[in-house]
Ligand binder design. Structure first.
Ligand SMILES: [Zn+2]
Length: 266
């Protein structure tokens, strides 16, 4: 019987998410309405609402929609409600080759970098090894001349899909699904890939290379793309603002005034 009800043209791979979201919202409103407005005992009202919820939810699951005619009006309604659809837009926060990291990986990466002499502890601060800086720079120059997409794919620690967008201004790295996407600006992508390669030459463990590469960008002096000296500035005065409500202090960033791109966010 269930198969008879199922509408494959609106479910499974063909499910229309605007329809589903819209119908689920309508259903929830209806359930809330029933509990508030229906006369009778509290348990009767909740009973009717939960039957409505179950039946309606099953309807949406099986048929793709509940309100008749949804496939005709929902996409129009949703597009009218949402702002003009933009072509692929970079998120406000710039991404890096490394995803989220935990404290433990960070500490292990730092101790490896110190052991391998990539960074040196000088008093309270860390300094980048000058030999590493020279090799890293040379790698940046070779990375930016080659196929950046392929280079990012090769440097990534897991299997990811990599796509160059916006005429190469960004490299989008995805592990599948929009929520896993990371948008690497061109300078970030070049710096991180070059650092991963140089770290390999310095015998840094494969599994902390990507992590370390993203952190080392703080030591970058010149733009990985155009060699212009980077400037320390606030996110507000460069590259559009990331999070600039008056209550939110803008991030301090290293940015290239020529490329108008961030290289590192402190
Ligand atoms: Zn630049």
């Amino acid at each position: 019987m269930i198969d008879g009800l199922r509408k494959s043209e609106y479910t499974g791979e063909n499910r229309c998410w605007p329809c589903t979201v819209l119908n689920t919202s309508i259903l929830l409103l209806a359930c809330a309405g029933v509990t508030r407005l229906l006369s009778g005992s509290r348990s009767r009202r909740f009973g009717v609402a939960s039957v409505l919820g179950v039946v309606g939810g099953a309807g949406i699951a099986l048929r793709g929609y509940l309100v008749p005619g949804t496939p005709q009006f929902a996409p129009k309604l949703v597009s009218a409600l949402s702002p003009t659809p933009q072509p692929l837009q970079p998120p406000a926060e710039p991404g890096s080759l490394a995803g989220e990291s935990d404290e433990e990986t960070g500490e292990r990466a730092l101790s490896e970098l110190l052991d391998a002499g990539v960074v040196h502890a000088v008093g309270e601060s860390l300094q980048l090894d000058e030999r590493f800086r020279t090799d890293w720079r040379a790698e940046m120059e070779s990375v930016r001349e080659g196929d950046l997409e392929a280079a990012v794919r090769a440097a990534s620690s897991s299997s990811v899909s990599v796509q160059s967008v916006d005429s190469g201004a960004y490299i989008v790295v995805s592990a599948g699904g929009v929520e896993t996407e990371r948008w690497l600006s061109r300078p970030v992508a070049i710096a991180d890939v070059a650092a991963v390669r140089t770290l390999a030459e310095f015998d840094i463990d494969r599994d902390v290379r990507v992590q370390s590469a993203s952190a080392l960008r703080a030591f970058c002096r010149d733009c990985p793309v155009c060699d212009t000296p980077l400037e320390e500035t606030s996110a507000d005065s460069c590259c559009g603002s990331g999070s600039s409500t008056p209550l939110d202090a803008p991030d301090d960033v290293l940015a290239c005034p020529e490329c108008d791109q961030r290289v590192f966010t402190f």
